[in-house]
Design a protein around this ligand. Structure first.
Ligand code: UDP
Ligand code: MG
Length: 329
């Protein structure tokens, strides 16, 4: 009798999976006008996740869809509360959707995937196994990709540059299908369109990142939500990531060194001009004089920018900016 009661209680917990630490695996799915794909995806996810014998939850993040996704997701939650939903009031973008999903995710393992059936849920067990090998993050690699060529070619270039600049040796930074240890998603700070750079952010925070080849499918319903502008914006974001993750805590190091070099070069040039002038040569019409002045002014500007940045940093800096792996006390 008692055993029975206990069992139903665990069963109940397994079903809702809502208590902290009661979930092994959380799947986070940003979804913007993907209503047609959701039923199929939901069925596949249920099969795969139930097959893993782990306690699971799925977070659909409805990013301001206007196609009736919300009603469908509400009905789904009523039927199986392991499927949860967050609905934005308007469309905020994929990074925002991932960020709120990451905040809610309770699992030791967190999976992200797209809602459009291009990512295959059957890859989840292999991704989790890869995490169990000791990696903090596994990024999917759409080796055989089913997207128009207007997307795949720029994407190759994008991945090449990002890999070179960040020093991360993976082929596909922006794959929707990824797996993380819980700590990773609680640490990285996603905003703007930074979802393209989660592997970079994770690595900068000291996590280990690897990749795994995953199945990719053509889009079945609906259309892509990103145009070509993604590549221009993407590179600006890369600049931000590289700069902020390296120099946020010490902006004067980058501005100051650059400014210092310029100032010094300008100073030397003008010192030489002064010597020539003292020796009686006319220097008023020499381009070198202008160059010297320009370099000194730019140098001073850069150094002041660095000092201002230091002031901004100082007022916001705290121990929370550092990713702690372990603490014994
Ligand atoms: N997405 C989103 N908000 C947006 C744009 C996209 O949540 O503003 C979701 C979208 O519904 C999909 C995933 O992000 O689940 C990837 O988008 P998409 O398939 O359009 O990108 P692509 O595969 O073309 O790179
Ligand atoms: Mg897609």
């Amino acid at each position: 009798m008692q055993a029975d009661a206990h069992e139903t209680e665990t069963e109940q917990k397994q079903k809702t999976g809502s208590e902290a630490g009661e979930v092994d695996i959380s799947v986070v799915i940003p979804s913007y006008n993907e209503k047609d794909s959701i039923p199929e995806l939901t069925g596949q996810l249920t099969n795969v996740l139930d097959g893993m014998q782990l306690r699971w939850e799925v977070w659909y993040i409805d990013d301001g869809s206007g196609d009736g996704s919300a009603e469908a997701l509400r009905a789904l939650h009523a039927k199986d509360p392991r499927f949860k939903m967050i609905r934005f009031r308007r469309n905020y973008g994929k990074s925002a959707a991932l960020a709120v999903g990451f905040e809610q995710a309770q699992g030791r393992y967190v999976i992200t995937m797209d809602a459009d059936l291009q990512d295959d849920p059957s890859e989840i067990p292999a991704l989790v196994a890869k995490l169990d090998e000791g990696f903090d993050m596994v990024s999917g690699w759409k080796k055989k990709r089913y997207d128009p060529i207007s997307k795949t070619i720029p994407s190759k270039f994008f991945n090449f540059v990002t890999g070179k600049l960040s020093g991360i040796d993976i082929h596909d930074f922006n794959c929707g299908l990824k797996a993380y240890r819980g700590e990773v998603v609680k640490t990285v700070n996603l905003y703007g369109e930074m979802h393209r750079y989660i592997p970079v952010l994770a690595k900068m925070a000291g996590f280990t990142v690897t990749e795994m080849v995953v199945q990719h499918h053509p889009r079945k319903y609906g259309s892509t939500k990103f145009g070509l502008s993604r590549f221009f914006k993407g590179f600006l974001d890369l600049l931000t990531v590289m700069f902020t993750s390296r120099y946020t805590q010490r902006p004067l190091h980058v501005f100051g060194s650059l400014g210092g070099i310029m100032f010094l070069a300008g100073f030397l040039i003008n010192a030489w001009m002064t010597v020539e002038w003292l020796m009686g040569y006319p220097v008023g019409n020499r381009p070198m004089l202008l160059l010297g002045i320009l370099l000194m002014l730019l140098g001073i500007q850069l150094i002041s920018t660095g000092l201002l940045a230091e002031m901004v940093t100082k007022s916001g800096a705290s121990a929370r900016d550092y990713s702690v792996r372990e603490m014994l006390k």
